[in-house]
Ligand binder design. Structure first.
Ligand SMILES: C[S@@+](CC[C@H](N)C(=O)[O-])C[C@H]1O[C@@H](n2cnc3c(N)ncnc32)[C@H](O)[C@@H]1O
Length: 209
């Protein structure tokens, strides 16, 4: 997104709350690839989407330090739960400390391991799924979760523009290929309604019809 647009959108959106601001700052101080964290605008959008859907069950693939999980959890129905899966066990304690600071720890179930191993064992139907794991694995995640989404439920997939690299049709970069192939698969799937928003790195909104 152009810098001036991002600044304008940020200036005219609700401010980032102090816990998320601190989480974002600490993520940048303490972790490698901090730009993976959702951040203010993207997080606010996730929070809004979740508040509009008022889901009872949310599944997230790719917790990282927990920014998007906090935003999504804020929209849950009373008593609702968000299950978030993260392969890197070193992130667990840090993200949990921020779930507590944000007051959403009782709504979040953290699972550590590979999504491909965990998702098949989940006996829930989800109203909302947020795909934000390894870009090479989006198709695998989609195939695993599609039967676990309620009819009329929603799936969000992050980074679907992949810094404009999706235009490099002949690229051999595996992450770019992963995103291109995922986007193509979704384009052909008539059972899914879809729209892409150009926020940050592109977020795809899907509705299972
Ligand atoms: C882009 S980051 C997630 C950012 C997070 N949603 C946020 O907004 O703060 C992707 C995360 O997915 C995790 N990951 C990658 N492959 C995974 C897999 N197969 N199963 C679970 N987590 C995975 C990575 O370790 C990384 O922390």
């Amino acid at each position: 997104m152009d810098k001036w647009i991002e600044k304008y959108l940020t200036d005219y959106s609700s401010p980032e709350d102090p816990v998320l601001e601190d989480l974002y700052r600490q993520t940048h101080i303490k972790f490698v690839n901090p730009n993976m964290s959702a951040g203010h605008l993207h997080g606010k959008l996730l929070e809004f989407i979740s508040r509009m859907i008022k889901p009872d069950k949310i599944l997230e693939i790719g917790t990282f330090t927990g920014y998007s999980a906090i935003c999504l959890a804020r929209g849950l129905k009373p008593g609702g739960k968000l299950i978030t899966i993260e392969i890197n066990d070193e992130l667990r304690e840090f993200s949990h400390s921020y779930f507590c600071k944000a007051g959403v720890d009782s709504k979040i179930i953290q699972m550590t391991g590979k999504a491909q191993d965990i998702v098949p064992g989940l006996n829930h139907l989800f109203d909302l799924v947020y795909i934000d794991g390894d870009k090479r694995e989006y198709i695998e995640y989609f195939k695993l979760i599609i039967d676990k989404v309620i009819r009329g439920g929603f799936i969000l997939a992050d980074n679907v523009l992949w810094g404009e690299k999706v235009l490099e049709k002949t690229t051999k970069d595996p992450q770019t290929r992963g995103i291109i192939e995922f986007n193509e698969m979704i384009r052909k799937d008539k059972s899914i309604e879809k729209v892409i928003l150009p926020v940050r790195d592109g977020i795809m909104l899907l509705r299972v019809v």
